[in-house]
Ligand binder design. Structure first.
Ligand code: CUO
Length: 695
């Protein structure tokens, strides 16, 4: 039997299957005896269906409190079978309304009943998005793990053909051969082939963990809703930093695949050379996600049925106003007052203004909705006036957008605007960089099995994803998809840090990685390299007063930026019934970059990289005393708490260098608490290695 508070998660299970059909291995049913609880389309069929099901399985019944039915009319303006996009203002308003209802429920029981009532009436994707945001943010559901979206909507992650095969297997083989695993192998090259240069990056763009990370980040940091949900500490800055790191990581991967840095989508009226054909089937809309041919152009959009009528000129005007504001170092707020874009808060203001959050933007009417509308405009470029009745491309949704090469071009453009602001800031002074008395003596990186020094190894592996929570109208046969992903051999850092202070002191260890050479094969200038540094880890250290060096060891799998793939429904149910899973691979669910993508792929011949290490003064860094580890906080912050690092996100690489710094070595020479070590990333080519099944 599962505990009370987690019953709500069963509403996420098989989101298009009616609520009265039992869910999960315990066949959980919701007590929807009151006829009006059921959506109109289900009221007459329920009895017949239940008669059949009840004779087959044992069920757990969840009582639902009688409540006053919430008014869902605004929410239902988004059709049941329409693809949902949080970037569309009309959909955003519907989600805000439903979120208000969920957040406003007086007790957990009211929340459960409201959600049960709404489930089969509103758009299923909108429902899953809104319920997920509410579960994360309500105090009475705090700490409940959400199942990964792969387990709710596998069709957003897995090739449509293969998913159809999986259903066939579930329907036929499971009956004839009994319940066992039938992993469906998802081939590596299903969206394109070698004729398309961009296909070399498909393993990154279509990685399940990468897309889950992006979906989950936007659940934690919604840009619309009530102030108490949206207005989180430094959220605008985190929008900038999390996406900046994605672009940095993508550019590193591009170098490994002999491609140049992603070209920002600067000229909005020019052809977009990259095409993308996602091959994903949207089960809600009963059609495939729209494709975009190479050399398509974006146009003014006239999609009245979506409430989206909009000109490219609007994007251009907003961009001009934002860039002007950056050059003036101030924005004009709603009252016409000037708000300075200061050294520390400027980036946060710009993040909320460019994304944009209508609630937090200093002036939504003037600076508009640049980033969100860009997503929608690009996602509709194949059918801007709806004459072909086509839906959106994958750019329209946070769980699918990162699959498309144009996502990186759009976000490189958004990042370029943020960098214009960063370029207006003064270089860090020596005072701001150094940690008096502390010096990094030595950095060593060691890979396990076989032990290699300063060499990192990557390879391809197969991994499995559970599908059963998302495949509606089939039995609960364990059903897996086997995908191929990048992985690396675990490694450890050994860092020797000297302390001449004659006292024990605390520091923050900051570890970054970047390519040493650019796409031309030339040693990178610091100005370029600082934008390509990816954060690998950040953690607190205690330094004894040993001038010869404290030896600090750290494992790659403990990285502060990563998470493991989440627990699926089966595992959630196990851990709810018994103590939490011992299996470390499945122990977390939620925000964080996927562990398997921690480092870039490298090349078979070895890619030269530089590992940068800095120990900064914890007295300055720590926002409040911390006894917890930094757990995934770099990209995700800390729940109900301030962002735990007082420095600017990306410090010390977020500002232009002083004039004497040409290369990284010049920068490192400025202060002895910084050091650099050359490392090589070798990609071991060959067939994918097998990985244990995830349950
Ligand atoms: Cu995350 Cu554009 O914000 O995708």
């Amino acid at each position: 039997m599962v505990s009370d508070k987690t019953h709500i998660l069963y509403l996420l299970c098989r989101p298009t299957e009616p609520i009265f059909i039992p869910k999960g291995r315990y066949r959980v049913t919701f007590d929807v005896d009151h006829k009006d609880f059921l959506a109109p389309q289900h009221q007459d069929v329920r009895k017949k269906v239940m008669e059949r099901i009840e004779s087959e399985v044992e069920q757990v019944s969840v009582p639902l409190k009688k409540i006053e039915w919430p008014d869902l009319s605004e929410v239902m303006e988004v059709g049941r079978h329409q693809p949902f996009s949080i970037f569309l203002p009309s959909h955003r308003r519907a989600a805000e309304r439903l979120l208000d209802i969920f957040m406003g429920a007086a007790s957990y029981e009211d929340f459960l009943s409201c959600a049960a009532y709404a489930r089969d009436r509103v758009n299923p994707t909108l429902f899953v998005y809104t319920l997920s945001v509410a579960v994360i943010h309500r105090s009475d559901t705090k700490g409940i793990d959400l199942p990964p979206l792969t387990n709710i909507f596998p069709d957003k992650f897995i090739d449509g053909d293969q998913l159809a095969r999986a259903k066939e297997i579930a329907d036929v083989l499971a009956v004839t051969e009994g319940p066992r695993r039938f992993p469906v192998l998802i081939p590596r090259d299903y969206t394109s082939n070698g004729l398309d240069d961009e296909h070399r990056l498909a393993y990154f763009r279509e990685d399940i963990g990468v897309n889950l990370h992006h979906w989950h980040w936007h659940l934690i940091y919604p840009f619309a809703g009530k102030m108490e949900i949206v207005n989180k500490d430094r959220r605008g800055e985190l929008f900038y930093y999390m996406h900046q790191q994605i672009i940095a990581r993508y550019n590193c991967e591009r170098f490994c695949n002999h491609l140049g840095r992603v070209v920002r989508l600067l000229e909005l009226r020019k052809e977009i050379s990259e095409g993308y054909f996602p091959k994903l089937y949207c089960s809600i809309a009963s059609k495939t996600w729209a494709s975009r041919s190479a050399n398509s152009k974006i146009s003014d959009v006239r999609r009245e049925e979506m409430g989206f009528v909009f000109d490219i000129e609007d994007l251009e005007r907003w961009k001009t106003r934002i860039v002007e504001a950056i050059h003036w170092k101030r924005v004009i707020d709603k009252d016409g007052s000037s708000v300075a874009l200061t050294e520390n808060e400027g980036i946060d203001i710009l993040g909320n203004l460019i994304e944009a959050s209508p609630l937090l933007s200093k002036n939504y009417d003037i600076y508009g909705d640049l980033h969100n509308f860009g997503h929608v405009t690009i996602s509709l470029c194949h059918d801007p006036d709806g004459r072909y009745k086509e839906g959106m491309g994958v750019m329209g949704e946070t769980s699918t957008a990162m699959r498309d090469p144009v996502f990186y071009r759009w976000h490189a453009y958004i990042d370029y605007i943020f960098q214009l602001h960063k370029d207006t800031l003064k270089p860090y002074t020596l005072e701001e960089l150094k940690y008096e008395g502390i010096h990094v003596e030595e950095i060593r990186v060691q890979t396990d099995a076989p032990v290699r020094e300063n060499i990192l190894k990557t390879f391809m592996e197969t991994t499995t994803t559970d599908l059963q929570g998302g495949l509606d109208f089939i039995g609960y046969t364990p059903l897996k998809a086997q995908t191929i992903r990048l992985q690396h051999v675990p490694f450890s850092y050994t860092i020797k840090v000297g302390n001449n202070l004659n006292k024990i002191c605390k520091g923050t260890m900051r570890i970054f990685l970047s390519p040493k050479f650019d796409e031309k094969g030339e040693k990178m200038l610091f100005l370029d390299q600082k934008r390509l540094f990816i954060e690998l880890d950040k953690f607190s250290v205690t330094l004894t007063n040993d001038p010869l060096g404290n030896k600090i060891s750290r494992q790659s799998r403990d990285s502060n930026v990563t998470r493991k793939l989440g627990r699926n429904f089966s595992l959630l149910e196990c851990s709810l019934a018994w103590p939490c899973s011992e299996n470390e691979e499945d122990a977390f669910c939620g925000c964080g970059w996927p562990q398997n993508m921690l480092i870039p792929k490298g090349t078979p011949e070895g890619s030269p990289y530089q590992l940068f290490v800095m120990v900064s003064d914890a007295e300055i860094d720590l926002v409040q005393p911390r006894d917890r580890p930094w757990d995934r906080s770099s990209y995700c912050g800390v729940r109900d708490s301030k962002y735990p690092d007082s420095r600017a996100m990306g410090y010390p690489f977020d500002r232009p260098p002083s004039s004497e710094v040409k290369y990284l070595e010049d920068f490192v020479r400025l202060a002895p608490n910084m050091a650099v070590q050359d490392v090589t990333i070798i990609f071991e080519d060959g067939p994918p290695k097998s990985h244990k099944l995830d349950d």
